[in-house]
Write a protein that binds this ligand. Structure first.
Ligand code: SF4
Ligand code: FES
Length: 248
């Protein structure tokens, strides 16, 4: 392979139409999508030999930790920083993930994910910022499960793969289930369990899940999303009875 053929879906602004632009860049061993995009940026000449505006994308950690570089690569939602050129079929098609508003080219706005986390109160309140000492101990089995859930980096890939995340039903997305479960199993977070479940039973919450299980197939961290869906649904059923009949 001497050349890498990229077909990039571009968009000049949030409201402008998208278009495709092709690039041929020199191959080097061990390249990933980010290094290919950096080559395009350093010499923004398209396949027709025309000088063009450098392609815009986002990156930070370069090791699947920040989630900012998620995009569609040959129709698969994944992170550009860990997509190796040698393992991809050519031409390589790069597109922004369609579930999110496009800001420019491959840059998307993931704010809907952070809004969803706010709606379900996916945090553990602490009483001030001073040192309050170690929290209650968790049993080892729960700690191991919680550690797996904590690996979510809001990359957005599970929303892109989910058929129920669309403009019609407003479903927040599969990633919310493990986050609600994670905070609810924490000995301190458990105190606000009811508020989280109530938030997740509102519009766009757990009723939006159709259990297609695409999410668990694409999650780069192997997060047990489907078992979290079952666990949160069970807890929500108990919570709805408590809300109806009242509880101490
Ligand atoms: S659950 Fe997995 S795919 Fe979904 S946002 Fe978190 S890390 Fe990404
Ligand atoms: S740059 Fe952070 S996940 Fe790719």
């Amino acid at each position: 392979m001497e050349k890498i053929h990229l077909i990039i879906t571009r968009q000049d602004s949030p409201d402008s139409p998208s278009y495709k632009e092709e690039f041929m860049i020199d191959y080097r061993p061990n390249m990933n999508i980010i290094s290919a995009l950096m080559d395009v940026r350093s010499n923004p000449i398209n396949k027709n030999g025309e000088k063009t505006i450098p392609v815009q994308w986002e990156m930070s950690c370069l090791e699947e930790v920040c989630g900012i570089c998620s995009m569609l690569i040959n129709d698969v939602p994944r992170q550009a920083c860990t997509a190796l050129i040698d393992q991809l079929e050519q031409p390589i098609r790069l597109e922004p993930m369609g579930t999110f508003p496009v800001i420019r080219d491959l840059i998307i706005d993931r704010e809907r994910m952070f809004d969803a986390l706010k709606q379900v109160k996916a945090w553990i309140p602490i009483d001030g910022t001073y040192d309050i000492g170690p929290g209650p101990r968790m049993n080892e089995k729960t700690r191991l499960m919680a550690y797996e859930l904590s690996k979510c980096f809001t990359c957005g890939v599970c929303l892109e793969a989910c058929p129920n995340v669309n403009d019609k039903n407003g479903f927040m997305g599969p990633f919310v289930f493990p986050q609600v479960r994670l905070k609810n199993v924490h000995p301190t977070g458990e105190m606000n369990k009811d508020e989280r479940l109530d938030g997740f039973m509102e519009d766009g919450g757990l009723q939006g899940c159709g259990n297609s299980q695409n999410c668990v197939q694409v999650c780069p961290k192997g997060i047990p999303i489907t078992t979290s869906i079952a666990a949160v649904n069970r807890a929500a059923t108990v919570q709805s009875f408590r809300n109806f009949f009242g509880a101490d």
